[in-house]
Each structure stands twice: as C-alpha cells, then as structure tokens.
Design a protein around this ligand. Structure first.
Ligand code: IMP
Ligand code: MG
Length: 231
C-alpha cells in the first residue's frame, strides 16, 4: 500500500482509538444500534435500505413541521450527499441546498478549517447543517459557530448517525437518525479511502482489514474484485 494511504488509514485507526468524553442533551428518541466489540472480518449491516428510508422519512417530517416557511439545508461534503438528497426530496416544506467542505480533523491538530464556503447568504434564514455522522463533534461545532456568526434566524444540526460515545466537544443535535457505537462505519455517504459511499446501507467495518486493503469489501458489496476508484 502507498505510504500516504497507509498514513491515512493509521490516522483513521487512531481516531477510533482516541478516548472520547462528552455529553449529549438531545431529548430525541434514537434508534440504538449495538456494535460487536470483537469485529468479525465480514462487514456487519447496521442499517438496511429500508431502515435508512424510515429514518429519512421521520427526519423529513420533523423538519418540514419545524420549518413550514422553508429552510436552507447545508450539506457537509462529501459524506452527507446521499442523505441530504433523500432528505430534501422527502421534505414537504420549501428547501434550498448548499454545501460546505472542511479539512478533516486529524489527531493532534484538534482543529478544522473551511475549504469550501456557502454560495448562499443565510442572513435571517433558518439553516440546518446536514451531516453523515457526528463523531468527535469537532467538525459540527466548528461549522455551527461559523454559521452562527452570519446572523441566520437559526442554525440546527441534522445527522444520519450519532456516535456520541466518542464526543470530544458537546454538540446539540436537533434531528438525529440512529445512534451507533464505536465501530468504524461505511456506506450511504460514509467512506473509507473514498470507497463504499454509494452503498444503500450502513455497515460496521473491520478497520484492521481495510487498513491493509481498502478494497477488501469490494467483492462483498459489489460482487467483483474490480478496484473501486478512490475519491
Ligand atoms: P467529527 O469527528 O465529528 O468531526 O467527524 C468528522 C467527519 O469524520 C464526519 O463527518 C465523517 O465524514 C467522518 N467520520 C467520522 N466517523 C466516521 C466513520 O465511522 N466512517 C466514515 N467517516 C467517518
Ligand atoms: Mg462528514
């Protein structure tokens, strides 16, 4: 494996070794997905397509009721794209869509930086940050404070997955899909080295296996050993 790829995998493993603390004050009832601490080699499906559809329908209904006059959905590139696309289409209130991109959080740095800013002006508007997963909370906390400075009417957070066990900074989550525990997850926008984003499911992955071969799950999920293009 190329050195850069190995270093990225090691960073990812390190992220998952890091002890995390934090609190979570959301009153929303979550679907709790248990995770096996001794991960088998095979990926384990945590959410099926049907379960994802049910989560999307519930969150879209909640958000349509909360913002009857419309809302700006702000997707965090790139993991939120499938979730945001489904969410926007399931909503019955008017929706605008925009995107932001930030540098990934790396252990030791403890901070994130804006790579792509909004095109829309959100002054006086209701905005919802749409995330694939809130893990340490560093990205979401950064984005929320960044958006708050632009004087919107409100800023809320919607995430498909909430891994609150690893929270480093407290983040209030307004619309939460499912809670997951410590295992690294792939699918429905979530990637490992650019792979697996287009799966219609969310699965817990064995990181040791993927660190050695990022394509290890390609035969399982795509039915061939063709190398998936990264990115
Ligand atoms: P944070 O630690 O809450 O700042 O999470 C930052 C980002 O890391 C998330 O938005 C995801 O894109 C990515 N991430 C965190 N955990 C996972 C995972 O288990 N699988 C894939 N991506 C993840
Ligand atoms: Mg993300």
């Amino acid at each position: 494996m190329a050195r850069a790829a190995r270093e990225r995998s090691e960073q990812e493993r390190e992220r998952h070794r890091c002890a995390a603390t934090g609190s979570h004050s959301s009153a929303i009832a979550l679907t709790t997905v248990p995770s096996d601490p001794s991960m088998p080699a095979e990926p384990r499906v945590l959410l099926t397509a049907e379960q994802i559809d049910a989560i999307v329908a519930r969150l879209a209904a909640e958000m349509s009721a909360r913002y009857p006059d419309g809302v700006v959905l702000i997707g965090v590139l790139r993991g939120s794209v499938p979730f945001l696309a489904d969410l926007a289409r399931a909503m019955t209130a008017p929706v605008s869509v925009d995107f932001m991109a930030i540098t990934p959080y790396t252990p030791g740095s403890g901070r994130v930086r804006l790579l792509k800013d909004l095109d829309l002006d959100i002054v006086g508007r209701d905005a919802v940050i749409v995330e694939d997963i809130v893990d340490t909370g560093l990205s979401t906390a950064f984005l929320r404070s960044e958006l708050q400075r632009r004087r919107p009417r409100s800023v809320a957070v919607c995430t498909l997955l909430d891994r609150r066990i690893r929270r480093v900074v407290p983040v209030e989550i307004d619309f939460a899909g499912a809670e997951v525990s410590d295992a690294f997850v792939i699918g429905f926008g979530l990637d490992h080295e650019g792979r697996y984003r287009n799966l219609r499911l969310v699965a817990a992955a064995n990181m040791e296996l993927l660190a050695d071969d990022p394509d290890a799950y390609v035969p399982v999920f795509y039915g061939s050993s063709t190398k998936a293009p990264p990115g």
